[in-house]
Ligand binder design. Structure first.
Ligand SMILES: Nc1ncnc2c1ncn2[C@@H]1O[C@H](COP(=O)(O)OP(=O)(O)OP(=O)(O)O)[C@@H](O)[C@H]1O
Ligand SMILES: [Mg+2]
Length: 345
């Protein structure tokens, strides 16, 4: 969808491929989106002590054109923080973001604006992300106006086409509606249409169906799937749910405590999970058929403090050994495109 012909280029990349940590070496240097060794920290206070937490700790991945990367993990695993760094709402503390061959880690001003046009986000709460005093038409007019390209049909026609594409009919009636007059699924369709209006290449969908009625979740996922096929759109699909990660994703990346625990093709991750945490997630997925779920030893949330050592999952892991509390396991390649961060996988 990108129309870079009419845009000045983003700043040149300094990508050299030198000095990457082990986990980053699996990043495909030709992929549309490359995330190398991303670190995000936040200051936290406990009593008089000021410490840092690291909700994103040396995370690397790539997304190819037309590909869906599902990012799975329970609450607090760092999924949204990765997404916020990726759309550059927050600046990474270290690491590198490369989009379409250009380093966008530290771009500012106009270059940042141009980058954001290529990368859009759809949020969990479709009501919270829409303006209650704006009609559907008003939500879509602004991005359509700003991002007009030479040869585009009249805006009103574009708007109708957009509503048709996301299944918001009857069009005339829907155009004049306010968010409160729409169902949750219809509101999410408006949010998706608004994101598409700027012709992005990557859509980050952060739990886009988890607040919707179960009956319409599949419809929204199918809609997103359709844009993968028809527009060649790439996705980072964030979810708690391995079943939808499998259905929609080409690959699955499992996060825990800010680190990547496992990455594999969607089928492999679900049919042959190797990390104890992925097995635990799968065993908790209704209908997954997984019987090898391991008993949890604790439900303590992970320690995110910057001075932690060892594997973030150690406190809950049934396979834990002394080594796990001392040495942080790096991602190791254990199969074709299958990476696992566990000393004992
Ligand atoms: N601005 C911030 N300041 C301090 N801590 C933060 C900030 N943003 C996120 N965190 C912390 O970072 C950790 C990861 O948060 P994040 O929202 O990325 O998790 P998540 O995987 O998206 O969880 P969920 O599934 O609940 O959405 C959490 O412990 C959160 O409290
Ligand atoms: Mg989140």
């Amino acid at each position: 969808m990108a129309d870079r012909m009419h845009e000045p280029p983003l700043p040149a990349s300094g990508v050299s491929g030198v000095g990457l940590a082990e986990g980053a070496s699996r990043v495909d240097a030709s992929a549309l989106v490359q995330v190398h060794d991303l670190v995000v920290q936040f200051p936290v206070s406990s009593g008089l002590r000021r410490q840092m937490i690291v909700p994103v700790d040396h995370v690397s991945f790539h997304v190819k054109k037309g590909e869906v990367l599902s990012v799975v993990g329970e609450s607090g695993s760092g999924k949204t923080t990765v997404a916020r760094a990726l759309i550059r709402v927050l600046r990474p503390d270290s690491g590198r973001l490369v989009f379409d061959g250009k380093d966008v880690t530290r771009v500012r001003g106009e270059a940042l604006k141009r980058y954001r046009r290529h990368v859009q986000m759809v949020f969990q709460d479709p009501y919270g992300s829409l303006n209650p005093v704006q009609t559907v038409e008003q939500h879509l007019m602004l991005p359509l106006r700003i991002h007009r390209r030479p040869g585009d049909p009249p805006i009103s026609q574009q708007l109708d086409e957009m509503l048709q594409v996301v299944g918001l009919t009857p069009i005339e009636e829907t155009r004049r509606k306010y968010p409160h007059e729409l169902s949750g699924g219809q509101r999410q369709r408006v949010a998706i249409a608004r994101a598409l209006a700027v012709h992005p290449d990557l859509l980050i969908a952060d739990e886009p169906i988890s607040m919707l009625d179960v009956s319409i979740r599949a419809e929204i996922l199918e809609l997103l799937n359709q844009f993968k096929r028809t527009l060649g759109l790439s996705y980072v699909y964030i979810t708690h749910d391995l079943a939808s990660a499998r259905y929609f994703g080409d690959r699955i990346m499992v996060m825990y405590g800010g680190r990547v625990m496992e990455e594999a093709s969607a089928a492999e991750a679900v049919e042959n999970p190797l990390h104890p945490y992925t097995r635990l997630l799968l065993a908790a997925t209704p209908g997954s058929g997984v019987t090898g779920g391991l008993p949890e030893t604790s439900s303590r949330p992970p320690n995110l403090l910057s001075d932690r050592t060892g594997c973030p999952f150690a406190d809950r892991c049934p396979l834990v050994a002394d080594e796990c509390r001392v040495h942080t396991p790096e991602l190791r390649r254990l199969g074709d495109g299958h990476y696992v961060a566990c000393h004992f996988a």
